[in-house]
Design a protein around this ligand. Structure first.
Ligand SMILES: CC(C)(COP(=O)(O)OP(=O)(O)OC[C@H]1O[C@@H](n2cnc3c(N)ncnc32)[C@H](O)[C@@H]1OP(=O)(O)O)[C@@H](O)C(=O)NCCC(=O)NCCS
Length: 146
């Protein structure tokens, strides 16, 4: 399959970006559309996995926490396209951008089923973090960028 990673630019790309984020990370827990957006969107860098027909099937957000630390949030890949390297490609794009922006550490809170994925990418578990929607356990993970 053919896809590339880019930052959404058009209104339509942003619409697809947020819609996929909601579909994969909020709708299954009966959260209303709009709940996938937070107050930091304008300060973050957004990435999509998109094909030549403009189908968006992967999303992720790079957030800056300080002058040294970045954070991955809202990473998700459409179920039928999992295990094809899209999550890795999104993470690579985020890490490259974080390094360009002079951050030397990336942290994230991984949903329990995604911990193995992030371990594959070199992230280490630091501690158990929060429980989302009373059921999704998260784990704080981090990676030093070199
Ligand atoms: C977690 C997620 C983003 C991974 O995306 P993906 O496109 O399937 O991942 P990739 O295909 O790029 O996988 C990269 C590597 O991690 C491995 N991997 C992927 N998912 C894994 C998992 N759940 N557990 C263990 N390993 C995993 C792959 O086998 C691959 O290993 P390889 O390079 O040795 O072949 C995707 O499964 C997803 O969106 N899950 C639901 C939403 C979610 O939990 N998001 C994270 C929120 S914190």
């Amino acid at each position: 399959m053919c896809f590339h990673i880019k930052q959404p630019e058009t209104k339509e790309e942003f619409k697809r970006y947020y819609h996929l984020r909601w579909t994969l990370l909020r709708a299954p827990w009966n959260q209303a559309e709009g709940s996938e957006i937070d107050a930091m969107e304008d300060k973050c860098i957004h990435f999509i996995a998109i094909d030549e027909s403009n189908n968006v099937f992967g999303v992720a957000r790079l957030q800056f926490n300080s002058n040294t630390e970045a954070q991955i949030r809202y990473m998700a890949v459409e179920k039928t396209y999992e295990r094809r390297g899209i999550g890795r490609a999104l993470s690579n794009a985020i890490e490259t951008q974080a390094k360009k922006s002079c951050r030397n550490k990336i942290i994230l809170d991984a949903r329990e089923p995604a911990v193995g994925f992030y371990k594959k990418l070199g992230y280490n578990v630091i501690e158990k973090s929060y429980l989302l929607f009373d059921e999704i356990q998260h784990f704080r993970m981090e990676k030093t960028l070199i």
